[in-house]
Design a protein around this ligand. Structure first.
Ligand code: CTP
Length: 414
């Protein structure tokens, strides 16, 4: 149910609990307000030790309180949760997760979490030891089993000099998850977390095949569609491994990113992630060929004006391999095909033949006759199924196409 305020802006409660990453929530708040959301910030008392109430009030344009005792005549401890379209807590500390899992309600934020009937997104941030502690793991499992979207923390630098899992993901990326969850809820997709408990693998980007220490053979794939697929899967509750080949984009929130360069490395990473995966989407553009020899010194120009001859050999076809030798029965395997059509057939004829040749369950077909897809933020496609189905996805964002692809995957998983 949508409970937008009188001004039609979706109502978001931004909870902030007491961790050093609280300062990053300022950026998340700015993104939310600037994109047309009515945001009420509910910090905990500990969060106010890190970032003061005036900052939250100024950025949200609303009074801010951590306690249930302010403005009691408006019953804020019930009203805020009841009237919210989305509650997002960033950072969510180990303490906040424990309270939420056990239904404690000793301040305004925990009361709001108990009264909210809208989607709830929690972005934990803490030290690795706290994240890995069995108590926290059990609390996260409890919350997920109740339909709360708990975003996996990122790996990297923590508060001190130490590094590990527990960092708050980029606020811009938490914003993307929040916006996606809200859009799906408002679009009536109440089974929003239909990938919860599923592990999906997505490959993205274009591989590079080295010629010498400074040169490579590559392609124009930006990785945007793969990244959109990873983001969309997180917003639907999946555990996501993203194998990224030479992509220059921000890590999506809640995603394990494995970086690779060549098709051989991409193959190794995909094969090892695929063993436990419910779905694999090969959105990457692996180079089909690699030089037969890698020069360990830079190849020099010859004085006589001649050019070197580069001989190539074929790379393994990863999609075909994982489709033919299925690591997990019932897993859904998705390929992409960028086609232009040729003398032997139109785009869809070639795509049907490719679907059969590769042996995957779904093939997402882009007509690239105009070269329009590479690097753009939009896409249009036809999703062909091995069962003979064909779903037309009209021109739209890569995120919209990503969700249509997951719709098809979910239908086949269940
Ligand atoms: N792919 C793969 N391994 C390769 C090449 C491609 O897994 N070595 C995957 C891509 O990720 C994509 C799909 O296969 O999902 C289609 O790739 P494409 O290059 O269009 O297929 P090819 O079999 O190479 O066909 P073509 O001869 O038309 O290039």
């Amino acid at each position: 149910m949508t409970r937008s305020g009188p001004d039609d802006r979706p109502r978001v409660v931004l909870g902030v609990s007491g961790g050093i990453a609280a300062y990053k929530a300022c950026e998340l708040l700015r993104r939310l307000t600037e994109s047309g959301h009515d945001v009420t910030v509910v910090p905990t008392a500990a969060a106010l030790e890190f970032v003061g109430a005036p900052t939250w009030a100024a950025l949200s344009g609303k009074p801010v309180s951590a306690e249930v005792w302010d403005g009691v005549h408006e019953v804020p401890h019930v009203r805020l949760g009841q009237s919210a379209d989305l509650v997002v807590v960033a950072p969510a500390t180990a303490d906040l997760l424990a309270k939420a899992a056990h239904g404690l309600a000793d301040d305004l934020l925990t009361n709001t979490l108990l009264t909210a009937r809208c989607p709830v997104v929690l972005a934990p941030a803490m030290h690795t030891e706290m994240w890995e502690h069995p108590a926290t793991a059990a609390n996260v499992a409890t919350l997920r089993s109740r339909g709360v979207l708990v975003i996996e923390p990122a790996e990297g630098r923590l508060t001190g000099a130490d590094t590990g899992k527990g960092r708050l993901p980029d606020p811009e990326e938490i914003f993307e998850v929040a916006r996606d969850v809200l859009a799906r809820a408002q679009g009536g997709q109440s089974a929003a977390l239909d990938l919860a408990g599923r592990h999906v693998v997505v490959s993205a980007g274009g591989t590079r095949e080295r010629l010498d220490p400074v040169r490579f053979l590559g392609n124009r794939s930006s990785g945007r569609q793969g990244y959109a697929l990873a983001r969309a899967a997180v917003a639907r509750g999946a555990e996501v491994t993203l194998v990224a080949a030479n992509v220059d984009l921000r890590d999506p929130a809640g995603v394990k990113v494995v970086r690779v360069e060549s098709t051989a490395e991409l193959r190794d990473a995909v094969l090892s992630a695929t063993a436990g995966a419910d779905a694999v989407v090969m959105a990457a553009a692996p180079a089909d060929f690699r030089p037969t020899a890698l020069s360990d010194v830079k190849i020099k120009k010859a004085d006589d004006g001649s050019a070197p001859t580069i001989t190539l050999r074929q790379n393994p076809d990863i999609l075909k391999e994982i489709s033919t030798h299925r690591a997990r029965p019932g897993a859904v395997i998705v390929g992409f095909a960028a086609e232009t059509g040729d003398a032997t057939g139109g785009v869809l004829d070639l795509a049907r033949a490719k679907l059969a040749r590769k042996g995957c369950d779904l093939l997402v077909v882009n007509d690239v006759s105009g070269g329009a897809v590479f690097g753009s933020t939009d896409n249009e496609a036809v999703i062909l199924g091995a069962d003979g189905s064909a779903v037309d996805v009209p021109h739209g964002t890569k995120s919209a196409l990503a969700h249509q692809i997951w719709d098809q995957v979910v239908a086949r998983l269940s």
